[in-house]
Design a protein around this ligand. Structure first.
Ligand SMILES: [Fe+2]
Length: 309
């Protein structure tokens, strides 16, 4: 039907917006809008807000995705008999709002990515034993919040896997990168999906669906790309000094190959910093492997038993 270009934001509801704002600033996002009942945070790349929170009982509300044209919005809007409207929330562009089969809000967005980018240091050039590329210069860093450049992906715990797969695959154009199964190979328990952009390379996963007995729809986690490896490590030390709850990391995943670091926000939600992920296109070979805790990372500290809870 259409092909989503990229993820723009996650939308959540949290009880304590002040605590969430403080944490997200320490995590590496910046405030772009704040009222008594709402919070919008931007990443360094700008564009749309990367994180939208409303005050209320803790829960996931939905996700925003960018598309490539107004015609895409009109086409999918017509399919659902929904109107394309001016995007009043960000004050620019157009949007159409759907519900996925789990009842989560899906905003499709065009033309409203107007938040200016923030200045950041250049990503580091690293020397290794094979290639000496940083010549005659030093590396000097400060322990500080990571430079969160963009939202990269969301992992959805679904209560309706077949319908959710069909919605994201058939209507929004996502394509499978890799899957995990439990028991029989047909019993998919997790599928990692990339934006279906043909030959164009894109993140290994922008959406992943987890099919492991959730009783209600939820985010497993949302994940933000940081500037580089050192930026992830400095941000990890900074969050640790602030005594936030660490979940898992630093390690390197298998599916997607990202270097990852997971934290818990004040509402108890898992949130990830990552860097150096795989880029795939629609011709990249896919795999379907048996799920195991050891199979989640190539190297990492021991996994806490509640990581998959
Ligand atoms: Fe992730």
């Amino acid at each position: 039907m259409i092909a989503v270009r990229d993820i723009a934001y996650v939308r959540v509801q949290v009880e304590d917006l002040n605590a969430q704002e403080t944490f997200l600033k320490d995590f590496g996002l910046r405030v772009c809008s704040r009222t008594a009942t709402s919070l919008q945070m931007a990443a360094c790349n700008g564009g749309y807000p990367a994180y939208i929170a409303e005050r209320g009982a803790n829960k996931a509300l939905g996700v925003g995705y960018r598309v490539d044209s107004l015609e895409d919005l009109q086409r999918i809007g017509a399919h659902f008999n929904l109107e394309v409207v001016n995007n009043a929330e960000v004050g620019a562009g157009w949007s159409v709002t759907l519900q996925d089969p789990d009842g989560q809000r899906v905003d499709l967005l065009y033309g409203g990515d107007v938040i200016p980018a923030a200045a950041v240091r250049p990503a580091f050039v690293l020397n290794n034993a094979e290639k000496r590329r940083r010549l005659g210069t030093t590396t000097r860093l400060q322990v500080q919040p990571s430079h969160v450049m963009r939202l990269g992906h969301v992992v959805l715990k679904t209560v309706n896997f077949a319908a959710m797969f069909s919605f994201y695959h058939d209507l929004l154009g996502f394509r499978v990168s890799d899957s995990y199964f439990g028991g029989e190979p047909e019993n998919t328990v997790a599928t990692f999906m990339h934006c279906g952009l043909g030959a164009e390379f894109t993140d290994h996963h922008t959406v992943a669906l987890i099919n492991m007995g959730a009783t209600q729809p939820a985010f497993d986690h949302c994940a933000f790309e940081v500037l580089d490896w050192d930026d992830l490590a400095c941000g990890s030390q900074f969050l640790s000094q602030k005594e936030y709850a660490h979940s898992w990391g630093i390690g390197r995943h298998v599916q997607g190959s990202q270097i990852f670091d997971y934290w818990l926000d004040p509402a108890g939600n898992k949130i990830e910093h990552w860097t150096d992920g795989d880029l795939v296109n629609d011709a990249t070979p896919t795999t379907n492997e048996a799920l195991s805790l050891e199979g989640l990372a190539q190297w990492a500290p021991p996994l806490s038993p509640d990581f998959l809870a």
